[in-house]
Design a binder for this molecule. Structure first.
Ligand code: CP
Length: 309
């Protein structure tokens, strides 16, 4: 998918197909990259953003909404604040539904792009995902990207997980148990410096303030773990890769991933976001069974294209 995402060539394999992009919670990356991925395969996107612009605001059920919208779309991507909402919606849909994030539960396409990024980053260092040492840092209780990534990494061998969080925001027991039962080592810590010192990957997360009962409660946890260049230089091994699902909270009281890391070549956060387009193109092409037709329909682009990858 890379030549297409990099605008070296175009394909129209999904010409005439329609994506229903339904984001009932704020999103920049997931919503726009799913839309771009669909467009890059030649399809059209219909957006529903915010509950207030949908008849769900008038009391319409997920069942009815799914029955209706699946008559208008070939695939639906959905994000909603409630855990299990996408599964409920999908059970009534007549077309495939991709989970774009359901509350604090799961964010599976983020995990796929994170895994793809990890594989690329560590392979440049002569390593693989087996035996990986990853430190997951921040709000591990509500961070859905962390939940899905843990599930995916558990499919590999001998991954060492260091979980760095305040006790109140620790990773749920069911996730820890699943990781351990898959044969991996888990170490829990409340000390950032200790937690990051022997990791191949640092996966930093934001305090998910939208999941807290009120702002005051969320404020207690913001800024507890801040990674910046001087901490990285002092405590991390050379070439430790820094990841974050984004958005990072760059406000002064949070700032879990400092802007002074922006020029650090091991900061992979914008390689992650770029990879989101490729991964989502691949998902669509597999779901709609066009993967084998893409290359034969490829044409060179006729406009100036900036180097992206
Ligand atoms: N990573 C992620 O889900 O970002 P958005 O909320 O911007 O989609």
């Amino acid at each position: 998918m890379q030549p297409f995402a990099n605008r070296e060539c175009v394909t129209r394999v999904l010409e005439g197909a329609i994506l229903g992009n339904m984001f009932f919670e704020p999103s920049t990356r997931t919503r726009v990259s799913f839309g771009c991925a669909w467009n890059l395969l030649g399809g059209e996107v219909r957006e529903t953003a915010e509950i207030k612009t949908s008849a769900i605001a008038k009391g319409e059920s997920f069942y009815d909404t799914a029955r209706v919208l699946s008559g208008y779309s070939d695939v639906i991507v959905m994000r909603h604040q409630t855990e299990g909402s996408v599964e409920e919606f999908a059970s009534a849909s007549r077309v495939p539904v991709i989970n774009g994030g359901d509350g604090s539960n799961e964010h599976p396409s983020q995990a796929l792009l994170d895994l793809y990024t990890i594989r690329k980053e560590v392979s440049d260092l002569g390593k693989g995902v087996d035996n990986l040492r990853i430190a997951l840092i921040g709000d591990l209780r509500f961070g859905r990207a962390v939940h899905s990534l843990c599930r995916l990494l558990s499919l590999y061998d001998s991954v060492h997980f260091t979980l760095v969080s305040p006790p109140e925001l620790s990773l749920g027991e069911e996730y820890v148990k699943a990781i351990q039962e898959a044969g991996h080592e888990v170490v829990e810590s409340t000390d950032l410096h200790d937690g990051i010192s022997h990791a191949d990957i640092l996966y930093v997360t934001r305090t998910q303030e939208e999941r807290f009962p009120n702002q005051k409660e969320a404020e207690k946890y913001k800024g507890l773990f801040r990674l910046n260049q001087s901490i990285y230089t002092e405590y991390c091994e050379p070439n430790t890769v820094i990841m974050h699902p984004l958005p990072r909270d760059s406000r002064g009281n949070a700032n879990e991933l400092d802007n002074d890391l922006n020029e650090n070549p091991n900061l992979a956060i914008f390689r992650q976001t770029d990879n989101g387009v490729l991964i989502r193109m691949a998902l669509f092409s597999l779901i709609l069974d066009v993967a084998d037709n893409i290359q034969e329909s490829a044409k060179d682009v006729g406009w100036y294209t900036a180097k992206r990858f």
